[in-house]
Design a protein around this ligand. Structure first.
Ligand SMILES: C[S@@+](CC[C@H](N)C(=O)[O-])C[C@H]1O[C@@H](n2cnc3c(N)ncnc32)[C@H](O)[C@@H]1O
Length: 254
């Protein structure tokens, strides 16, 4: 199993939250799925609780699991400040054992792309199966790969985000470039953080495994899942060639 290589990117959760503060589109989607399939709920790779905390605020029983100590500590602090109850677990989604089962396990916001090799993906799926109730559902949210983005000129920079620096150095401007390795299906992205008028940039690496639609369906199928729905976005529109997302709802076979 390949080691996880994203710790550095998530070492300061304040930047993660500021970068994504306006992104809330997926929360109503998960609330609808929880209404349909029930609770308790387990979120894999919950990060700063961007999705976990709004779900818990609805009184839903939710466990958030993540491998990053800084992300989890930040999530815990936010939940405590808001007075919401979440069970936080520090664990690797490729090898966890909790003493309960869930009606819904979800793996949001492209986090599955941090799993680069077959063994990692299959170990994670095995853990999910062991923690699903018989009638439970598993939801994966990952991009529908865009070849135009993967094949971009690596010498060019593209905008990612802008937000106020939490350390008061002005505006943080993030740009990126990428190189796609077609053999391993890893998109090797570099994020360049420019803090205000500081001359030097901080560079972080983000290596994302690309999952082609038929490949992801087959991986689920051959690991004992039946796909019930595949949506192309959070509005539950059907998955088509041009869909931005692969949003898969599945259950275990048999
Ligand atoms: C894109 S963030 C998603 C955070 C949150 N779910 C959200 O939607 O905002 C990806 C998260 O995956 C976590 N992660 C990466 N590899 C992991 C692993 N093997 N097990 C558990 N968490 C992992 C990172 O620590 C990070 O918090």
């Amino acid at each position: 199993m390949k080691p996880i290589d994203c710790e550095s990117l998530y070492r300061d959760p304040r930047h993660y939250d500021l970068q994504h503060k306006d992104f809330v589109d997926d929360i109503p989607f998960y609330l609808r799925q929880i209404k349909k399939y029930g609770e308790p709920v387990l979120e894999l790779a919950c990060g700063t609780g961007r999705v976990t905390i709004p779900i818990a605020e609805q009184g839903i029983k939710i466990t958030g699991l993540d491998i990053s100590t800084p992300m989890l500590s930040y999530a815990k602090r936010k939940a405590t400040m808001k007075g919401v109850d979440v069970e936080w677990v520090k664990a690797d989604c490729r090898g966890f054992k909790l003493d309960k089962k869930f009606k819904l396990v979800f793996f949001p916001f492209n986090s599955i792309a941090h799993l680069h090799d077959l063994e990692s993906i299959e170990s994670c799926f095995l853990c999910v199966k062991a923690h699903l109730e018989d009638d439970g559902r598993f939801i994966i949210d990952v991009f529908n790969p865009r070849l135009d983005i993967l094949m971009r000129d690596p010498s060019k920079r593209y905008p990612v985000a802008e937000y106020p620096d939490p350390d008061g150095r002005g505006t943080v401007v993030i740009t990126e470039n990428n190189t796609y390795d077609a053999a391993s299906q890893i998109n090797r992205i570099k994020w360049y953080y420019k803090m205000g008028d500081q001359a030097e940039e901080i560079v972080e690496e983000l290596n994302m495994r690309i999952f082609y639609p038929q490949e992801l369906d087959a991986l689920l199928h051959y690991n004992g899942f039946t796909i019930e729905s595949k949506f192309g976005n959070y509005d539950e529109s059907p998955f088509v060639s041009t869909s931005p997302k692969q949003l898969i709802v599945c259950r275990t076979c048999g």
